[in-house]
Design a binder for this molecule. Sequence first.
Ligand code: PPE
Length: 307
Amino acid sequence: MAIEPSDKIWKNGQLIPWKDATVHVLTHGLHYGTGAFEGIRCYSTDKGPAVFRLREHMVRLHSSAKAIQMKIPYTVEQLCEATKETIRANKLGSCYIRPIVFFGVSGIGVNPMGYPVEAFIVAFPFGAYLGEEGMRKGIRVHTGSWHRIPVGSAPATAKICGDYLNSALAIMEAKMNGFDETIMLNDQHMVAEGSGENIFMVKDGRIMTPPANAGILPGITRDSVMTVAKDLGYDVVEQNFSRGELFLADELFFTGTAAEVTPIREVDRRQVGDGVPGPVTLKIQKTYLDAVKGKVPKYASWLDPVG
Ligand code: PPE
């Protein structure tokens, strides 16, 4: 996905020109995937730009780092402040933010213990991840052949760079087969998630999403959407479901910082419900998109003004 460069990138406590934010070829994280990252959105609101659930994202970055024995040399508060500073320095309103931390250069070998930790925060303008049309009409997905990384093989609940080889293989397969996204099953053959999204199913007015131990990244959007759906009066449960159950669903949708709430209109060449975004999906999508833009007072605490 092409992006428009901004002016400055935050690197280890300093703002540097976009073009200078490069790394050495012997960076440990490049060879072995030993890094962690985040995807965060900032939205324009009536009170100026505000970052959605910034603290939760930075807490998750620290948790992901902990999972790979990495100590980030900046606190959650410092990272939150650095994010806002980066947005201000680039004079951005609505944008996407990509903080990344990784083991840098020391020697060679798989063990990164004792290696320096590098930290970057990048912010740039960003539109709909799965397209404007996808947001309105729903997207077409398949259940791919690549399963989600087994929980016994890597910390699947953390946002670790190396884990994304799995997602990259899965999305490439989907695209090569003409689909917009993929649904990965887990090692128990239950539905896990998309390459960069969590999944929800609506059946008989009930909303289901796979539990946190199903091999998924427990998304911050997933958490927000569960709250929104409960507040709208729906029954929401974390429950495993199989590929076959996807075909019986009334509605399916993806959630994610980038994907926001994206309806799914077709799965494995079978129409989902009526083949158009269903009423529950649309209601949740509208409330979520209003909430992130500061239009729902009840969710105002999810927004952190850039200032
Ligand atoms: N699962 C995966 C595998 C995942 O990558 C994401 C975020 C989610 C679930 C949803 O998590 P959350 O954003 O906290 O609701 N995927 C990021 C996009 C990945 C990419 O670089 O592309 C995102 O949405 O920012």
